[in-house]
Design a protein around this ligand. Structure first.
Ligand SMILES: Cc1cc2nc3c(=O)[nH]c(=O)nc-3n(C[C@H](O)[C@H](O)[C@H](O)COP(=O)(O)O)c2cc1C
Length: 181
């Protein structure tokens, strides 16, 4: 695989074996079914090669491996944020707290200034870690894979923070509150 794909995702075509085949499952039914998987909400952040801050909301986050510590996030192939990624790129997965629902909406809309007024600090490797999160993982991009109309970005975790607050939850297109026992 060449790194070039990540710097120019618009020209990249998935390999032939990724071409979708006819399915009994409609797009709507597929969305309803996978949206039934309750998740947290993350904002993935990075500083691109020109020093510009980028970020996008993602609930496709999952942990992959303990040793080495790998996590995965899927990003739409035509997302402008993909242009910021190349192998070795530092990025942070910011797991939002219940108080950060506004950030989820903000980072899910295309905008030149998603970070306006958003407090953050840079991790040692340069990944922007947002303040007030439920947890944050600072990563370096080690692998990427085609995934149909998405790209799977796999990062090695280099730094992590965990806070004693409630997480933001998402299920069937709605944010949910945590009810403590
Ligand atoms: C709760 C939630 C979860 C989302 N999860 C993902 C995701 O996992 N992958 C993805 O590509 N887009 C996801 N999106 C949509 C992106 O955040 C949105 O397309 C955003 O505009 C991408 O940023 P960009 O246009 O600056 O690249 C999600 C949106 C919301 C509200």
């Amino acid at each position: 695989m060449s790194d070039h794909f990540l710097s120019d995702p618009y020209r990249a075509e998935p390999p032939d074996h990724d071409v979708p085949k006819a399915s009994m499952v409609t797009v709507d039914l597929f969305k309803q079914a996978v949206g039934s998987w309750a998740t947290g909400v993350t904002v993935v952040t990075l500083v691109d090669h020109s020093g510009r801050l980028l970020g996008f909301t993602a609930n496709s986050f999952t942990s992959v491996s303990l040793d080495p510590p790998y996590v995965l996030v899927c990003l739409q192939r035509h997302s402008p944020s993909l242009r910021g990624f190349s192998i070795g790129q530092p990025f942070a997965v910011n797991i939002l707290s219940a108080a950060q629902q506004e950030l989820s909406g903000r980072f899910a809309r295309p905008s030149e200034d998603k970070f306006a007024g958003v407090p953050y600090r840079l991790a040692e490797d340069g990944a922007p870690m947002l303040e007030g999160c439920h947890a944050t993982l600072a990563c370096v991009l080690e692998h990427w894979f085609h995934g149909g109309d998405h790209v799977m970005l796999m990062g090695r975790v280099e730094e992590a923070e965990v806070a004693d607050n409630d997480p933001l939850l998402f299920h069937r297109s709605k944010y949910k509150n945590v009810h403590k026992d």
